[in-house]
Design a protein around this ligand. Structure first.
Ligand code: PNW
Length: 452
């Protein structure tokens, strides 16, 4: 069979889960259909100057209407799993209070369609599309509570069929990028103290949601999150640099994953922030550090570090300008990050199960005269990352599965439709989906359960 042991190739273990990932605002469209309320991303993308050429998620891939076709694409790939997210304001148009049954029915139908095709849904409750009606957004502590109520409601509804839940996706993107840098919704540039409070509300929302899901779903339900833990690669694999990479992993993720895993903010972070440190209420960290069944990490690109004798114990190595980049300039090519992402966090925090919840790249995809999209750069990126992930699996790290970002070209946030991350090409005028060469490659990877 495709899984027969073969020492000459990078065979993945039996039962390893292959999947694709997407997010609601990036693929669904149907922004005003079926009673959906606006999210901060609807407001932001409709504000002139915020996204590439004013692109919005109004239509996106129209997956709100075409979801059955998208499940067929998944089926054709042979994936065992699909990571999707739900639009909070499709379920609670005002973020809380009145339920929109049409929205609930939509997700229930998507889940049924997946299960009918033997594809296991992994659902992210929040991938940045905060309901616009929630006053103050993530500056307001009440948003964390509203999130937990939404989590309780929808996991109770779908918990008979959905067994894997992720609370939030990538804290830094909806906190720092939205409230400090201003590049993402809601586009604010707040002072540090307020940003730290927004970050705290983000991890609090996660923690309260974990408690809410546990209280409302059958036992055996698996709860985790998807976090873009910043990845640090030791410049050379010696004891001192490996330790430096671990120190960097703790400090570099101090407001987020480190706080979740350690049940408090680390001293070095609190010292550094001083008077700007977040205000923490009694009980917050009990929720925030709720035990998880798995941790999902999204990995695209790392930093390189070396040991030094500074207080933090490491220094980041700037990239040479000649470091290869993919079509999005922030994706510097360094595939060893997939190995170190796993090793750093598991060695530090003894995580029971881990998924790569996103990995992939944009590419300057074009349809050639033969009608094909020969995205060999994407295949190169994926093949090399999966080779390094294979090392982690071989060394016994508990990696259970891999979700490729993304199933389809989609609304790439501030970059609008100018960056294509899909392994299926989407013609945004006709909504026609065409498998790229990388889809064919991924299909073969899954069938062989090996990296070739
Ligand atoms: C992730 N950065 O986000 C997201 O989870 C996806 O929704 C997104 O489409 C994907 O990566 C590709 O970008 C990131 O600028 C977006 O450093 C931007 C950055 C990092 C992650």
């Amino acid at each position: 069979s495709g899984s027969a042991p073969n020492p000459t190739r990078l065979q993945y273990p039996e039962g390893f889960l292959w999947g694709c990932a997407t997010a609601s605002y990036q693929i669904e469209g149907g922004a005003k259909d079926g009673g959906r309320g606006p999210s901060l991303w609807d407001v932001f993308s409709h504000t002139p100057g915020k996204t590439h050429e004013g692109d919005t998620g109004d239509v996106a891939d129209d997956s709100y209407h075409l979801y059955k076709e998208d499940v067929r694409l998944l089926k054709n790939l042979g994936v065992q799993t699909y990571r999707m997210s739900m639009s909070w304001s499709r379920i609670f148009p005002e973020g809380k209070g009145k339920v929109n049954q049409t929205g609930v029915d939509y997700y229930s139908n998507v889940v049924d369609e997946l299960l009918k095709n033997n594809i296991t849904p992994y659902i992210t409750l929040f991938h940045w599309d905060t309901p616009a009606a929630l006053a103050g957004g993530w500056q307001n502590r009440d948003t964390s509570k509203a999130f937990a109520d939404y989590a309780a409601f929808i996991t109770k509804k779908l918990g008979d069929r959905v067994k894997h839940w992720m609370t939030t996706n990538e804290f830094v993107c909806f906190t720092d990028l939205g409230y400090k840098i201003g590049q993402f919704a809601p586009g604010l540039k707040l002072p540090d103290a307020q940003v730290n409070q927004v970050r705290h509300h983000g991890i609090l929302a996660h923690g309260l949601a974990v408690q809410a899901i546990r209280a409302n779903t059958p036992s055996g339900t698996q709860v985790g999150l998807a976090e873009n833990a910043t990845v640090y690669v030791p410049i050379i694999e010696t004891k001192e640099h490996v330790e430096a990479a671990q120190k960097a992993t703790r400090l570099g993720n101090a407001p987020f994953l480190t706080a979740l895993m350690e049940g408090k903010y680390m001293n070095l972070y609190l010292e550094r922030e001083g008077a700007n440190a977040p205000k923490v209420e009694e009980g917050d960290f009990k929720a925030i550090s709720s035990p998880l069944d798995f941790v999902g990490i999204n990995v695209y690109t790392p930093f390189f570090v070396r040991a030094d004798d500074s207080k933090q114990g490491y220094a980041e190595i700037p990239y040479p300008t000649s470091q290869p980049k993919m079509a999005s300039p922030w994706i510097l090519l360094a595939p060893e990050c997939l190995y170190w992402a796993v090793r750093n966090v598991v060695d530090l925090w003894k995580i029971p199960a881990l998924y790569i919840t996103e990995n992939g790249t944009s590419s300057d995809d074009v349809i050639n005269s033969a009608g094909r999209i020969d995205d060999i750069d994407r295949i190169m990126y994926l093949r090399n990352h999966l080779s390094h992930l294979h090392r982690a699996v071989s060394e016994g790290y508990p990696v259970k599965g891999y979700f490729l970002w993304s199933l389809l070209d989609n609304f790439e946030w501030a970059d609008g439709y100018s960056k294509r991350f899909g392994i299926h090409y989407v013609d945004f005028k006709t909504q026609k989906r065409t498998p790229k060469l990388s889809a064919e490659w991924y299909k073969n990877t899954i069938a062989q359960n090996a990296v070739l």
